[in-house]
Design a protein around this ligand. Sequence first.
Ligand code: PLP
Length: 343
Amino acid sequence: MAVIDLRSDTVTKPTPAMYEAMVAAELGDDVLGDDPTVLRLQAAIAAVLGKADALFVPSGTMANQLALGAQTRPGQQVILEADAHIYHYEAGAPGALWGLTTLLLAGDGGALTWRQIEAALPPADVHFPEPGLVCLENTHNRAGGRILPQTQVVEIGAGARARGLRLHLDGARLWNAHVATGTPLAELCAPADTVSVCFSKGLGAPVGSCLAGDRETIDRARRLRKRLGGGMRQSGLLAAACLHGVAHHLRRLADDHAHARRLAGELANPLLAVNHPVETNIVVVDVAPPGSAAGLLAHLAAHRILALSFGRGRVRLIPNLGVGATDIPAVSAALNSYRGDAA
Ligand SMILES: *Cc1c(COP(=O)(O)O)cnc(C)c1O
């Protein structure tokens, strides 16, 4: 019996058709600017996100950090939602790489309002750090794949612009927000100056992200990418996988969303609860005593099901390209047969 891997949507392997697209890719040297497949991906992503230019990078973390580096000066403050990926999961990069301080604001389901940001901005006085950049995350990972209310994003975009702040959107899973709501990607991105998107999550590519924005910012990001060692050569091999993912695996994210909703809906175990609306592909299960996150993970593993611990007493499950509709009943049965940990 095969393993059902729900640890992340990053665990997917290239499909045979994706491998074929990679093998067929026309290649060049992207540091010299002549890899045609990378150029094609960057142009396609800029167009679909409604930005002037885009840059192909190895990871979502690098895309986010280039956005910070290209739009701030050392000593400035970056405003983040308290559960942001940029704060929690990027190894302290805002301080370590760019000399930035962070202002963390607790959102409602990961969502901030402009009123909340404006009230927290430091006064224009030499004692205080100068705010430089606001970052939002859509969908929001630690909030359980929640979709940001677009009216709030629009308000934050307008407010930030009026105050001379830049706005970055961490859109690692923006594809999921787009498919779940039907809102065009360019509309989701319009309030932001820069947007990062990942191809290595639900879209199923092995490696790759893009940062999109205006030409000047992307030019600056290209130099910073080189500085960090992210200039890649025959990277069209990877860009071909990303193009294939966008062309063939975007619509099917709706399947992942349906599977996530089904897992939450079929949960019937007094020890387990899903305490957030399942809007996209992430299910966060809270485990009550006498159960534990480690105990639930071990129980699932005994049923050849993999998930991830997501903080104390929490387990995260993410349906993905490698998980079929026929796998879901086995996962539900395993979740519902957990009886807690032996004393
Ligand atoms: C996965 C993810 C990233 C980027 O992660 P990498 O592993 O560096 O590609 C950025 N932001 C969010 C919200 C993510 O979920």
